[in-house]
Design a binder for this molecule. Structure first.
Ligand SMILES: C[S@@+](CC[C@H](N)C(=O)[O-])C[C@H]1O[C@@H](n2cnc3c(N)ncnc32)[C@H](O)[C@@H]1O
Length: 251
């Protein structure tokens, strides 16, 4: 998962969203027989944390990633989980999708934490769309800039907060590992310009960066944080504070 840092409260929100999206794809227009495995691609799937969870539901997952190290870790992870037959690692990047996968063949494409680091996010989304069957679904997770501004202010990094707020790509400095951050409008616009219809936007990790670490460990606090995150995920008022936005979109 995209830097969920093992905090159960927030990874639960994202995973719930992914499971709903998979269920929609299984039951929606153009779907194969009920209960049949979905064809899923995890673009930039890295070491496969999400791919393995999706495969464990019975789906067939292709992980496309340019990093050989990440794919080696993925292979170890899938072997340990006994899911090697359900997860196929493919070395390549977003610009090569057309050469790697038949057009219109995929039920669900996961693109989590990737548009922030690719050279051309519009081209990546257009390539992703071309792999999907008509009616196929995109699960798009992007980092959101207002949360970064808030986190930098709370950390006392005011110059970085100002840079993240005012810079065109919302990076906090030239050494920021992300090339860009999004917000609801920019992420929705990007997806729609690539030909997707956005059907839902949910926030993940709304409070994960804000809660003091000492309050995120006790069992009772974890339960409260999970409840807070679940409610915040669909609150239009709190959406702007979420560290990540999870967009559900249809080809
Ligand atoms: C922040 S990680 C996210 C990993 C995973 N999707 C997740 O949610 O935890 C970004 C991933 O994108 C991959 N990546 C970088 N450039 C890419 C590109 N041009 N096309 C596809 N994946 C790319 C990286 O190798 C890395 O695995």
């Amino acid at each position: 998962m995209a830097k969920e840092r093992g905090r159960p409260a927030t990874s639960t929100v994202l995973w719930d969203g992914v499971r709903r999206l998979l269920a929609d794809a299984a039951g929606g227009e153009g779907a194969a027989a009920p209960g049949a495995p979905l064809s899923v691609v995890d673009l930039g799937g890295g070491t496969g944390g999400l791919a393995v969870r999706v495969a464990a539901l019975g789906h067939d997952v292709v992980v496309v990633d340019p990093s050989p190290d990440a794919l080696a870790a993925l292979e170890r992870r899938t072997a340990e989980a006994g899911l090697a037959g359900r997860v196929r690692p493919v070395q390549g990047d977003a610009t090569e999708l057309a050469d790697l996968l038949p057009a219109g063949s995929v039920d669900v494409l996961l693109c989590h934490g990737v548009l922030e680091v690719v050279d051309d996010p519009s081209a990546a989304l257009r390539a992703a769309r071309a792999t999907l069957r008509p009616g196929g679904l995109l699960s798009l997770l992007v980092a959101q800039w207002p949360a970064t501004v808030l986190a930098r202010v709370l950390a006392g990094q005011l110059a970085q907060a100002l840079q993240a707020l005012s810079g065109p790509e919302h990076r906090w400095s030239g050494t920021d590992p992300l090339h860009r951050r999004f917000d609801r409008a920019s992420a929705t616009e990007l997806a729609e310009a690539a030909g997707f219809t956005v059907t839902a936007v949910e926030g993940t990790r709304t409070f994960g960066e804000l809660v003091p670490p000492s309050r995120a460990e006790a069992e009772q606090d974890v339960a409260l944080l999970r409840e807070l995150e679940a409610r915040a995920a669909r609150s239009p008022e709190l959406l702007a504070l979420s560290a990540h936005l999870h967009l559900h979109a249809r080809r």
